[in-house]
Design a protein around this ligand. Structure first.
Ligand SMILES: [Zn+2]
Ligand SMILES: [Zn+2]
Length: 322
C-alpha cells in the first residue's frame, strides 16, 4: 500500500510537470515542422519574405500576434501556423467579383460561400470573411469571444480577425490622414483601415468595399467605418492566382491562371504601392517582445514536481517507520 502511494505521487508529480515540458517543446521555430504548436504568450509575430520573382512573392507568417496576453474567450488556444502565402506583386482586376462570407449565398451567381482565410495583415494575422463556421455573421454571433484586438482562434488554433482590429493591434490611425495599410487580400489587393483621404470615411466605395483615391491612386479596399457589415470586404475584385490553402477557394475552383483570368477593362498601376511584405526585413512592431514565459512555466512546474517528490518520499518514509 505504501509503494502504491509512492507510485501515485510520482505519477501526479509527472502529470504536473508535463504541461511545462510540453510548453517548452512548443516554442516556435525550434522544430519548424509542426503546424499546431501553441503561440508563445509573448510576441509570437513572425513575418518574413521567403521568395520573390518578377510577378509574385511568398511570405512566411507565424499567424501569432505580437501582443499578449490573449483574452479571447473561445476554448481554442492560438497556434503557430507555419504558413506561407503567395501573392502577385501587381494585382489583376477581374471582370467578375468573387463574393465572400455571408454575401456569397442567396443567388446563383453568389452561391460560392468563401469562408476561412481571405487575406493576411502585414503583421501576419489571418483575415477571415464575415462568416463564422456555420456561415452566419461572425461579428454578431461570436463578437463576444473576440479579444481586445477583435481577434479570436478557431478550432485549429488559427488566430484571426473578421473585422478591423482594434487601435494599435496592427496600426494606429493618424488624424486627418488616410488609414494605414492593414494587409493584403488573397486577390493580392491591399486593404486599408476605414478612413480615406484626409482621414474621412470614403463615400465612393464600390460593392466590394474598394476604390481609388488621391492618397492611393490604385484600386484598394477599406475596412468598413464603425464596424458595419461586411467589416472587411464583401467581395474580391482581383483574380485569385493562389488558393493559399483556403478550402472554399479550392472547392469552387476559383484559382485562375494568366490564361483563365478574365481581366477587367480597367487595370491599375501599383508601382507607387509601398508593400512592407516585400521588404527583406521582418515587419516590425512597436511592442518589444517580452521574455519567453513558456520556459518560466516549465521551471515552475519542475520546481513543483521536485517539491512533491520530496514530500511524497518523506511521507512514504514516515509511513514505513510508523
Ligand atoms: Zn472567427
Ligand atoms: Zn482609400
Amino acid at each position: 500500500m505504501n509503494s502504491l502511494g509512492l507510485l501515485e505521487m510520482l505519477a501526479l508529480a509527472f502529470v504536473i510537470a508535463l504541461p511545462g515540458l510540453k510548453a517548452l517543446s512548443l516554442q516556435p521555430g525550434a522544430g519548424g515542422g509542426s503546424t499546431l504548436s501553441a503561440c508563445p504568450s509573448g510576441n509570437g509575430q513572425v513575418v518574413r519574405l521567403v521568395s520573390k520573382t518578377s510577378t509574385e512573392y511568398t511570405v512566411f507568417f507565424s499567424g501569432c500576434p505580437f501582443y499578449s496576453p490573449y483574452n479571447q474567450t473561445t476554448p481554442n488556444t492560438p497556434a503557430f501556423q507555419n504558413k506561407t502565402v503567395t501573392f502577385r506583386i501587381t494585382p489583376v482586376l477581374s471582370s467578375t467579383v468573387t463574393y465572400v462570407g455571408i454575401y456569397a449565398s442567396g443567388t446563383t451567381s453568389n452561391s460560392q460561400k468563401i469562408m476561412s482565410t481571405i487575406g493576411y495583415t502585414v503583421t501576419g494575422i489571418a483575415m477571415f470573411s464575415d462568416a463564422d463556421a456555420t456561415g452566419s455573421d461572425a461579428y454578431v454571433n461570436e463578437g463576444h469571444t473576440f479579444d481586445g484586438c477583435r481577434g479570436h482562434a478557431e478550432m485549429n488554433g488559427l488566430y484571426h480577425f473578421h473585422t478591423e482590429p482594434g487601435s494599435g493591434c496592427v496600426y494606429n490611425e493618424t488624424a486627418g490622414t488616410h488609414s494605414p495599410l492593414l494587409g493584403i487580400m488573397y486577390d493580392s489587393i491591399p486593404i486599408y483601415g476605414a478612413l480615406g483621404d484626409n482621414g474621412v470615411p470614403p463615400t465612393n466605395l464600390d460593392e466590394c468595399g474598394g476604390h481609388t483615391d488621391t492618397t492611393y491612386p490604385f484600386y484598394h479596399y477599406h475596412t468598413t467605418y464603425n464596424l458595419k457589415s461586411p467589416y472587411l470586404v464583401k467581395c474580391l475584385r482581383g483574380c485569385i492566382f493562389n488558393a493559399n490553402g483556403n478550402p472554399s477557394i479550392q472547392q469552387y475552383n476559383l484559382v485562375k491562371t494568366d490564361a483563365t483570368c478574365v481581366k477587367a477593362a480597367t487595370q491599375y498601376d501599383y508601382s507607387s504601392f509601398v508593400n512592407p511584405l516585400l521588404s527583406s526585413s521582418p515587419v516590425t512592431t512597436s511592442s518589444p517582445p517580452p521574455p519567453p514565459s513558456s520556459a518560466a512555466a516549465c521551471r515552475w512546474h519542475a520546481w513543483l514536481a521536485a517539491v512533491l517528490l520530496v514530500v511524497c518520499t518523506l511521507a512514504t518514509q514516515g509511513f514505513r517507520t510508523a
